[in-house]
Ligand binder design. Structure first.
Ligand code: HEM
Length: 266
C-alpha cells in the first residue's frame, strides 16, 4: 500500500478502495465474509493476547535480554535438523498414502505367495513408477530416523533440553520411540521372510516381558504365532493410529518451540 495521504480516506474515515491492490481486496473480502459468519477476528485477537501473555513469562534468551544485534545462533545450521525430520515425515506420509492405493494387508494365498507380498511385487515390477514411489517411502523413513537421532544429539550437546524445555525433551523421547515403531510396523507389511522373522522376534520380545508378556503379545501381534491378525494390527498401527498420534505430537512439539523460541547453546 502506498503512503497514506489525507484524500486517501472518504468522509467516514474509511480508506478509499482505489488504494487497495487486487490481492488486498480479495484478502479483505474473504476475511470480512468469514468474520461475519465465524467471528474469526475476535478469536484471532484472543489467541494473540494469549500468545503474548504466555510469551512474556518465558525466560528471555541472552541475545533478547540484552538486545544484542548478534543473532548468530538463530542461523546455526544444526537448528534445522528438527525441520529436516518434519520434512522427511511429510514425504513419508504422502508417499505412504499413495502406496496405500495398491497395498492390501492380507496373508491369504495368491499364487505361490501371499496377497500382501503379491501387492508389493505388483508395485515394484508392474505399476508405473511404483518402484520409485516405494523407494521414496523407504528412503524418507530411513532419513527421518537418522535426522531425528541427529536432532536429539544436537539438542543434547547444545544443552537445549534444560529448563524451560524439559517437557519438549520428554515429548521428543516419545517421538523418537514412535518413529521406531513406525519403522518396525512398516517393515512387517512386506510379509516376506525378513518381515516374518522380524515379527517372530517381536513376539518373543513381548513374551519375555515379566507378568504382562502374554497380554502384550496378544494385544500387539494378535497371538503368539504370526497370522492374518498380526499383519492387520501392524497395518492399522502403521497407516492409521501412528500417523494420527505422531502428527499431533509433532504439532505440539513445534508449537512449544514456537512459544519458547530456540535455545541458545548453554
Ligand atoms: C518426529 C521427531 C521430531 C520432530 C519432527 C522434531 C521437530 C523439531 C523442530 C522443528 C524443532 C525446532 C528446530 C530445531 O531445534 O531443530 C525442534 C526442537 C526441539 N526438539 Fe524436536 N523433533 C523431533 C524429535 C525430538 C527428539 C527425539 C528430541 C529429544 C529427545 C527432541 C527435543 C527437542 C527440543 C528440546 C527442542 C527445543 C530445542 C531448542 O529450543 O533449541 N525432538 N524439534
Amino acid at each position: 500500500m502506498s503512503l497514506e495521504k489525507k484524500d486517501d480516506f472518504d468522509h467516514k474515515g474509511w480508506m478509499k478502495e482505489k488504494d487497495l491492490t487486487p490481492v488486498e481486496t480479495t484478502f479483505l473480502t474473504a476475511l470480512i465474509w468469514l468474520d461475519t459468519r465465524f467471528r474469526i477476528v475476535d478469536y484471532l485477537e484472543i489467541l494473540e493476547t494469549l500468545y503474548y501473555r504466555i510469551n512474556l513469562q518465558m525466560p528471555k534468551s541472552h541475545t533478547e535480554q540484552y538486545n544484542l544485534d548478534n543473532k548468530f545462533w538463530y542461523w546455526y545450521p544444526l537448528y534445522t535438523l528438527g525441520l529436516f525430520s518434519t520434512l522427511a515425515y511429510i514425504v513419508a506420509a504422502i508417499s505412504g498414502a499413495l502406496l496405500g492405493f495398491y497395498y492390501a494387508p492380507s496373508t491369504a494365498e495368491s499364487g505361490d505367495a501371499t496377497v500382501a507380498y503379491e501387492a508389493l511385487r505388483y508395485i515394484m515390477t508392474e505399476l508405473q513408477f511404483g518402484f520409485m514411489l516405494r523407494s521414496i517411502h523407504r528412503w524418507a523413513a530411513q532419513v527421518m530416523v537418522a535426522a531425528v537421532f541427529l536432532h536429539m544429539l544436537r539438542v543434547y550437546f547444545t544443552g537445549a533440553y534444560k529448563e524451560p524445555r524439559e517437557l519438549n525433551w520428554l515429548l521428543g523421547i516419545v517421538l523418537i520411540s514412535l518413529t521406531m515403531v513406525f519403522g518396525y510396523t512398516g517393515y512387517l507389511l512386506t510379509w516376506d521372510q525378513l518381515a516374518f522373522w522380524a515379527g517372530q522376534i517381536g513376539v518373543e520380545m513381548s513374551l519375555s516381558i515379566p507378568l504382562a508378556g502374554e497380554w502384550v503379545a496378544q494385544l500387539l501381534f494378535g497371538g503368539f504365532t504370526l497370522t492374518q491378525a498380526t499383519l492387520q494390527r501392524m497395518y492399522i498401527l502403521h497407516v492409521f493410529l501412528l500417523p494420527f498420534v505422531v502428527t499431533t505430537l509433532i504439532a505440539i512439539h513445534i508449537g512449544i518451540v514456537w512459544v519458547q523460541g530456540i535455545a541458545e547453546p548453554h
